[in-house]
Design a protein around this ligand. Structure first.
Ligand SMILES: *Cc1c(COP(=O)(O)O)cnc(C)c1O
Length: 336
């Protein structure tokens, strides 16, 4: 597993900080809680997609592309980071966006990530909920080709083996930091969506036999379907980096208890977690991913799943730009 074999563009601020959350730890009166600040990857407000994009953009350039395309929800953090990376590298960017939320208000449709997409100069293409997004992206790519462009298609969330390399590398970075700090992690927990983050982390940690169990808190799918998707990508990624078979099925674990009514729909637990982390730690979580994952972490501590004496690592995957898109819901939570 030599990641230096793969082309990479450098624009992330790495390594991201590893911090102990003392006030949250004291408040919950359980395990010691740590946070890995992948919200601080630097590019255009940062987030977890930036690590993936270092490899995806390098692949695009190696293949001679002059235009990148990707898909996502209106408030996709991945779309925003792709637009930022494209601007940085002088590539054109087309974002194929799905209106996944039906009660969308002005803030959701105009502020947050979508405002930044336009700031970075990306071209936006809107499609209704339920559209076959891969097909819609292909259609836009065909139009780019017809006009003489050379498109490179990035799947939703940047989740394929090339993108997942960013999180294989995260595992190496994390273990180096843990060694440096002399901390043994008992569990790692983070929000899982399109699966590249969890797949990459699991390949890295299992490839190195780090013995750190990983728990993905889902934001959309059921536990079963999420685990299936992560496992498939982990296998493909392990093959790709040359550690075929490194990931046993039992290393892929998800929990879908904190999704609520659906993708991007606020839950009371998410709102409480976002408010708590802001007030106790000055950490800004996001409403769609890290807020729900932190709700899960807090609940699992309260239920005694994670206990005193353990070191639990929360990976902050970013997404704060979406806070502004959820202004009405957050306003209500702040006033409670
Ligand atoms: C995309 C995203 C995730 C999920 O990562 P995947 O690799 O898609 O599973 C988690 N948190 C935030 C803030 C994201 O934008």
């Amino acid at each position: 597993m030599q990641l230096s074999r793969f082309p990479r563009q450098r624009f992330a601020h790495l390594p991201t900080p590893l911090e102990r959350l003392d006030r949250l730890t004291r408040l919950l009166d359980g395990p010691t809680i740590w946070i890995k600040r992948d919200d601080c990857t630097g590019l255009g407000l940062g987030g977890n997609k930036t690590r993936k994009l270092e490899y995806l953009m390098a692949d695009a350039i190696a293949r001679g592309a002059d235009t990148v395309l990707t898909v996502g929800a209106i408030q996709s953090n991945h779309a925003r980071q792709t637009a930022a990376a494209a601007a940085r590298l002088g590539l054109a960017c087309h974002l194929v966006l799905e209106s996944r939320i039906d009660h969308a208000d002005e803030a959701y449709m105009r502020s947050g990530n979508i405002l930044l997409d336009r700031m970075f100069g990306a071209r936006l293409h809107d499609f209704p909920a339920g559209t076959d997004m891969a097909q819609a992206m292909q259609q836009v790519a065909d139009e780019v080709t017809a006009r003489g462009g050379r498109p490179y298609l990035i799947p939703g969330g940047g989740s394929n083996p090339v993108g997942a390399l960013g999180y294989v590398n995260f595992a190496l970075e994390l273990l180096a930091q843990a060694t440096e700090r002399g901390v043994v992690f008992d569990h790692l927990i983070h929000a899982t969506g399109s699966s590249g983050t969890q797949a990459g982390i699991v390949v890295g940690l299992e490839g190195l036999r780090a013995a750190i169990p990983v728990l993905g808190i889902t934001v959309r799918r059921t536990r079963e379907s999420q685990e299936e998707q992560v496992m498939a990508l982990a296998e493909a990624t392990a093959d790709f980096v040359g550690v075929r078979g490194a990931v046993p099925r039992r290393a892929v674990v998800a929990n879908s208890d904190y999704v609520g009514a659906g993708y991007g729909v606020p839950t009371p637990g998410m709102l409480a977690a976002v408010k708590l982390l802001a007030r106790e730690e000055s950490i800004l979580l996001d409403p769609v991913y890290s807020g729900k994952a932190m709700d899960g972490l807090i609940d699992l501590v309260r239920r005694g799943v994670f206990t005193r004496g353990q070191n639990i690592l929360f990976v902050h995957t970013g997404g704060q730009a979406a806070l502004f898109a959820y202004q009405p819901a957050l306003d209500r939570a702040i006033n409670e």
